[in-house]
Design a protein around this ligand. Structure first.
Ligand code: HEM
Length: 412
């Protein structure tokens, strides 16, 4: 194979997200429909009509409404971007008040403080993966590091053998890519992965006594959590398995791809690794995991938006990717800038369903990417950015592989 090392000279202009080949995300809906009521009407891939909220303020208003229902959407033939439903007991599909009980049941272990304690383990796992990458004839950092380490972290958290990591990651990938032409594959993969999760929850012999599985089983015996049975624990663990693994891999690879495709970004974080959190924040602002960045809701009471009032029964989509480019909040929103104030994007959602794993994701993204830039200051793509292959799924949209030249300097 002839290889081109893509190591252009320093480019100092502020990069635009739309200028980096394939990085930017197309709209997730089929088409916009005509409307004269001030709201944007769209057709979902499921064939339903929905209202698409695009401003930062309106997206937050919807996501703060605890009566907007996910459960009513997650039914056979319901409004969806995805070609299949997920189990009703998965956290994102629960409504109040059960959602609140389960969220309280699981959240403690996902706090920023708990996740900071996990950082040394993340670094150790990442270093082992980088050591293996160093010996690869044709290094692919996506396959050998980004799809492996977050999956190993999930196994560690759950208290199960890390040998499960590659298998778990591949099944999660098939489910989350959610290509409409692969429904039998999605269903089979779901049955296999969720069957395994249900078995782990039911049978105490397959996990250790200190991980989340053991913790949740013990906690479920407390009187205040009497409503939390094995089904709800399984749904929650499935959310951790699906979200904790491929979501992190997706943002790792998109962030590194963006930085290497516009090499000045990479040079900046090599010069000052303290900028890694800013790079992570900015690519997170601009990049949903797949084409949609969130799930539609059905209103159970009217919702007041900046354009008027939406009635109960309306299907509403909070278009996070549009909100994160709202010029009222983000100056020159398409520019990738490392000096923006942090903490305003909505890519982890907002309100009751705000991502349970955001602290885990942030800890992993910052720890692993900081290790990349300090260990491989000369890292470069081995192919032109436009030749990087992508997985173009609904739930996950990302480079399928990231062939890299590790460079002459390796600072281990
Ligand atoms: C890496 C980047 C990640 C992004 C961009 C992300 C994004 C999101 C978003 C936008 C939501 C809310 C969706 C909505 O309201 O429609 C969400 C919910 C959720 N995420 Fe994440 N996520 C990430 C990582 C993770 C990780 C590492 C976990 C592992 C625990 C996780 C587990 C969950 C769960 C369980 C929910 C449902 C929360 C609830 O309904 O209360 N996610 N995520």
């Amino acid at each position: 194979m002839t290889e081109t090392i893509h190591r252009p000279g320093a480019v100092s202009s502020t990069p635009l997200v739309v200028d980096i080949p394939r990085l930017d995300t197309p709209h997730p809906y089929v088409r916009e429909l005509p409307s004269d009521d001030g709201h944007q009407h769209i057709e979902l891939p499921s064939g339903h009509t929905a209202i698409c909220l695009t401003s930062h303020v309106d997206v937050k208003t919807l996501m703060l409404d605890r009566t907007a229902s996910r459960a009513l959407c997650n039914v056979d033939g319901g409004p969806s971007f995805m070609p299949t439903n997920w189990a009703p007991e998965v956290l994102i599909n629960l409504d109040a008040p059960v959602h609140g009980v389960v969220r309280e049941f699981v959240s403690h272990e996902f706090s920023a403080r708990s996740m900071a304690g996990l950082e040394p383990t993340i670094r150790t796992l990442a270093d082992a993966a980088f050591d293996a990458l160093d010996t690869a004839a044709e290094p692919d950092i996506m396959t050998e590091v980004f799809r492996l380490v977050p999956a190993q972290v999930v196994c560690t958290l759950l208290g199960i053998s890390r040998d499960h990591a590659p298998w778990m990651n591949e099944l999660g990938r098939r489910i989350q890519l959610a290509r409409r032409d692969e429904i039998p594959l999605i269903v089979d993969s779901w049955i296999e992965l969720y069957g395994w999760v249900q078995h782990l929850v039911a049978d105490d012999s397959d996990h250790d006594d200190s991980g989340l599985l053991a913790t949740y089983k013990r906690r479920a015996r407390q009187p205040e959590f009497a409503a939390v049975d094995d089904t709800l624990i399984s749904g929650t663990v499935m959310g951790i398995v699906l979200g904790g693994d491929n979501n992190v891999a997706t943002m790792l690879v998109k962030t590194l791809y963006a930085a290497l495709a516009h090499r000045d970004l990479y040079a900046q974080v090599v010069d000052d690794p303290a900028l890694v959190p800013d790079l992570v924040e900015e690519i997170m602002r601009l990049m949903p995991l797949g084409t949609p960045g969130s799930f539609p809701r059905e209103l159970t009471r009217p919702l007041h938006t900046s354009a008027g009032t939406l009635p109960a029964g309306a299907i509403v989509y909070p278009h996070i990717n549009a909100a994160n480019r709202d010029p009222a909040v983000f100056d020159a929103p398409l520019e990738i800038r490392l000096d923006r104030p942090r903490g305003r994007h909505l890519q982890y959602g907002y309100g009751m369903h705000r991502c349970m794993g955001s602290a885990l994701a942030q800890t992993e993204l910052i720890a692993i990417l900081t290790r990349v830039v300090t260990r491989y200051p000369d890292l470069a793509l081995r192919v032109a950015p436009s030749d990087v292959e992508w997985d173009l799924g609904t739930g996950l949209r990302r480079p399928a592989a990231l062939p890299v030249d590790l460079g002459a300097r390796r600072i281990v």
